[in-house]
Design a protein around this ligand. Sequence first.
Ligand code: GYE
Length: 325
Amino acid sequence: MMMKKTMKFGRRTLLLATLSAAFGAAVAAPGAPLVMGFSQVGAESEWRSANTASIKAAAKEAGITLKFADAQQKQENQVKAIRSFIAQKVDVIAFSPVVESGWDTVLKEARAAKIPVILTDRAVNVSDPSLYVTFIGSDFVEEGRKAGRWLLERAAKNPGVALNIVELQGTVGSAPAIDRKKGFEEAIKANPKLQIIRSQSGEFTRAKGKEVMEAFLKAKDKKIDVLFAHNDDMAIGAIQAIEEAGLKPGKDITIISIDAVKGAFQAMVAGKLNVTVECNPLLGPQLMQLARDVVAGKPVERRVTVIEGVFPAEVAAKELPNRKY
Ligand code: GYE
């Protein structure tokens, strides 16, 4: 449970001998500032705002010229942004893909232009994994498992009691939604009394989280014991819906979410959220270092993961002042 904010290189080492070997990349003129094109998912959550701020600050700090594009949660906007970065002949392209599939064509275009691509935060499903150099981000399956394990432990205190779970999924087709669902389901399988009775996307936003939770509560056919939200913002939206329905969030309905942003700590201190699993958005400094190494043709790890913790409500008041996002 220790919350070291360090990132570590994954075990599977990459064999990218040199970038020039993989991409035939042209090394930027000596002295010229490195130019990075970054396509961000959007501004859907507190997590995302912290991630954007980290990337912008780290680029400045590293003396990297950042061309930043916000895709407003739309893949077509990301594809357009990447094409525009190619046309502008940036040195390196980084992006956080809104969904997993549909990237082959544009990544082949980047390769043809000899521009290396770094994935941050979310992964892609491509036919040829060498279409990107490296991926830096969290292990979302593990985050889902941590959320599920927390519930398993809590349920073990009342063995034999059935618990009905509703799930607010993230953006349909996105890596964190797919993986967090998978990890959570895998963990709760150990107790057949834990059943997901409803599951729908709240698109990672507060507004949509609230709206979908309202619909869950209106159904009234089965009692809702637990909410698993794929991020804190949806949980916070759902908390409002639960209160408006005359119920006590965190008590009548146990709430589990992911990200561990400040808003979640405040909700825990107020007794309205039971636990949040950490997902660290502060990827900027490490991304800039990777970009420098990649452009310089140095070998880099194929997968860089982030070490993260779990914060139950009991530690929220003590941890809140230490939170950086
Ligand atoms: O959990 C959510 C955001 O991809 C890890 O995206 C990210 C997720 C994060 O909208 O809040």
